[in-house]
Write a protein that binds this ligand. Structure first.
Ligand code: ITT
Length: 197
């Protein structure tokens, strides 16, 4: 059995491959299969986007596809950037530009008002139907400057008080233990095991 990790984000691919390595599935990323177009992402929720990405790539590949829609919700910004996290500073502006834009919008805002969370929704689907859908979150505080150089995206800005570190200061295994994606993956593994019965 085979699962395609249907994302164009190399940081996500690395986390999925690490977290799912023990499963009896052959994992392949889209990049392993060829050069696929980017899936359209017009939904208003993470769940909608994850579902449409999974089905889009399942139709293109004819295989079971796992899609991830995720993002950062900042309370002071009323939940922004949310589903727009990837294109916050503009289409393909990149992680660095997104992080700078976020810091600019929070300039002068005290730490206690900088609460935020990462949210992740996973959908596993083939061309016919959705087999599993799970989610996960991790709560934290947006720092005033980046810390750490592991992970990707907004990781250097999300400080997790319970750990005293940003997500970019965690090893890949430590991040998977507590992250939004790691938590959603754990639930997915449980659902997959139930499907096998
Ligand atoms: P795919 O749609 O191909 O999966 P993408 O990067 O466009 O790739 P999203 O639309 O889900 O993915 O956008 C997610 C955004 O949230 C993007 O800017 C990421 O950098 C950020 N993000 C998601 N998970 C993250 C994590 O674990 N650490 C840091 N930033 C994260």
């Amino acid at each position: 059995k085979e699962i395609i990790v249907a994302t164009k984000n190399a940081g996500k691919v690395a986390e999925f491959k690490m977290a799912l390595s023990g499963l009896p599935y052959k994992l392949q990323s889209l990049a392993d299969l060829g050069n696929f177009p980017e899936a359209p992402e017009n939904g208003e929720t993470f769940a909608e986007n994850a579902g449409s990405k999974a089905k889009f790539y399942a139709r293109l590949t004819g295989k079971l596809c796992l899609a991830d829609d995720s993002g950062l919700e900042v309370d002071y910004l009323k939940g922004a950037p949310g589903v727009y996290s990837a294109r916050y500073a503009g289409d393909h502006a990149g992680d660095q530009a997104n992080n700078e834009k976020l810091l600019t919008h929070l300039l002068g805002v005290p730490l206690e008002k900088r609460t935020a969370r990462f949210r992740c929704v996973l959908v596993l689907a083939d061309a016919e139907k959705i087999w599993c859908s799970t989610d996960g979150t991790v709560e934290g505080v947006i720092l005033t400057e980046p810390r750490g150089n592991q992970g990707f995206g907004y990781d250097p800005l999300l400080f997790v008080p319970g750990l005293g570190r940003t997500l970019a200061e965690l090893s890949p295994a430590e991040k998977n233990e507590i992250s939004h994606r790691g938590r959603a993956i754990k639930k997915l593994v449980t659902q997959l095991a139930a499907l096998e019965k």
